[in-house]
Design a protein. Sequence first.
Length: 365
Amino acid sequence: MSMRIGDRLRVTLFGESHGKCVGALLEGLPAGTKIDNDALLDFINRRKPGRKGLSTRAEIDDCEIMSGVHEGLATGWPILLLTYNSDVRSKDYSFLPDHPRPGHADMVEHIRSEGASDLRGGGSQSARLTFGLVAAGSQARSLLDSAGWSCTAHLASVGDISAKPLFDLDRESPLKEGTDMSRLNCRDSESVSKMSELLDNVRKDLDSIGSTVELLIEGLPIGVGEPWFDGIEPALARGLMAIPGARAIEFSHGFSTSKMRGSENNDAWFLENGKPILEGSDSGNADGALGGRSTSSAVRVVVHFKPPSSLAREQSTLHLPSGEKKPLKVHGRHDPVLGPRAVPVVEAVAILVISDLGIIGGYLE
């Protein structure tokens, strides 16, 4: 059983939601790469539980770097990043494994492991393990920075409330602390207040709601990506769809492409300053990848997340000892929406995937 992503730049996740710790083993970061503590703190804080209206699990999330670093630089050897779980309430899951939760992996994991899995809080299937992804991604970001490449994400929608396209928003300025924009990781000041109001109503209804995260990858030259299964879209899809709760992914025009004619979808090439470029690149409407390789236009990705499965309201589901459906009310401290805290996770996965492809193709060192 593997929990690894990447070829030349590899990340292996470990831990359980209610175990001693969670983290990641990062391998392949070139020797001499500066360890960026500010980026590490930024990624962790944007993913961290405990913010108003979201999960109230109060983890400290201090990241310890246990190996692979000397005097602030990567040594080229594996880097072990971990944090200790400090705020577990395992009693909230005392009904497991007898009463598997709807929408969760409790049942399939219990049967697959023949009863050996730790199901508390989702165990190793928990979004708690995304801590390792953001910790590893934060350290690979310097590889992209040195090449002028970037991966930026934000909360694009909650329910039927959508933000403006990320290409049309400020993607560089930090979000002001204490605002809804910072709390929800959304860069559209006009839409975020409506999203916040909707989430208040969802919580009052003891329910949850779906969301999307939009990602832009910019600065890539023509040609990044490998054939077929290691192309930009397949590689990103594999990593992003592994994020807990992800249910669909769009590239470029996404789902609307299946309703288009070829004359609408095709982007023509032209020369700008002696270099080939696609029409629509200046408005974010051109394909960022063709044949699995970058076109130099922005790669636009939208990740769709399901409503969180743990609800404060009562649900009826199978009770294994009795063989009957019985009511179940899940306690615990759960998010009513996944998108806000998924934003830095989406960024981190994209950074790791693009860095790996950049190293494979000889673009990054």
